[in-house]
Design a protein around this ligand. Structure first.
Ligand SMILES: [Zn+2]
Length: 75
């Protein structure tokens, strides 16, 4: 999976978790669904949000270049 796709998947999962969370007030088990969705956002983040050249974790870097080696992050 490409970095940019992993980032958008991660963001989508985070947003989905935040949206589901308040519905736990109405139906309690949804709290765990929201947690599972939110934490599943960490999977693309840690597995695919990496530099294609030096393989370092890009962390909070949302830019187009690796902050370690300057490699352009392809889409
Ligand atoms: Zn790099």
């Amino acid at each position: 999976m490409k970095v940019k796709k992993a980032r958008s998947l991660r963001n989508a999962l985070m947003v989905a978790g935040v949206i589901i969370m308040p519905s736990a007030y109405l139906y309690e088990p949804l709290f765990f669904v929201a947690l599972a969705v939110t934490f599943s956002a960490l999977i693309p983040h840690f597995l695919y949000n990496k530099c294609p050249r030096c393989k370092k974790q890009l962390g909070r870097n949302e830019g187009d270049f690796c902050q370690f080696c300057g490699q352009k992050i392809s889409d």
